[in-house]
Design a binder for this molecule. Structure first.
Ligand SMILES: Nc1ncnc2c1ncn2[C@@H]1O[C@H](COP(=O)(O)OP(=O)(O)OP(=O)(O)O)[C@@H](O)[C@H]1O
Ligand SMILES: [Mg+2]
Length: 143
């Protein structure tokens, strides 16, 4: 059933508003090709937030961002790479604040997430989503 358990795809997106939608489409196409639509909606939503953050908050050369999706037997790792120096900040917004909730969505939907240094500069904001059909696929594969 899953002959594509270890796969990765990456794509660069330029610094423009439409790139968030194009990145979501890239995720949909990739996850469909991998037969992982079970967790596609959560991944697409988190990607919207992380890509918007890269566009809005990251400085650095080009100011575009790169999306990488990687599948392993247990789930999917989503990465958004940008060249900016600033860091994601998870301090809670107050009730009146109209921004500052994107990373709360990621925290809620992803099974885990974090930030790593990117070489030579910038950062990788990653999130991990366990496959909800993992148990089924493993038992089918073992049968
Ligand atoms: N890729 C990034 N580069 C630099 N700073 C970031 C990045 N992502 C997030 N941040 C910082 O972390 C803060 C919190 O991000 P978060 O997505 O939660 O809120 P927001 O983008 O300010 O508002 P919202 O997502 O609700 O529109 C941002 O305001 C910004 O200061
Ligand atoms: Mg945001």
């Amino acid at each position: 059933m899953y002959d594509t358990l270890h796969k990765a795809e990456r794509k660069y997106f330029s610094h423009q508003f439409e790139s968030v939608r194009h990145a979501r489409d890239f995720a949909s196409e990739t996850l469909r090709a991998w037969d992982r639509l079970d967790i596609a909606e959560d991944i697409r939503l988190c990607l919207s937030e992380l890509a918007s953050n890269a566009l809005t908050h990251a400085d650095g050369p080009g100011r575009g961002f790169m999306v990488r999706l990687a599948a392993d037997p247990a789930g999917i790792r989503l990465e958004v790479h940008d060249a900016g120096a600033g860091q994601p900040n998870t301090s809670r917004p107050n009730d009146e604040a109209t921004s500052g909730r994107g990373l709360m969505i990621v925290e809620e939907l992803a099974d885990d997430w974090g930030v790593e240094k990117r070489k030579p500069f910038g950062k990788i904001v990653w999130s991990y989503f366990k496959s909800v059909t993992q148990g089924v696929s493993v038992s089918v594969a073992a049968a």
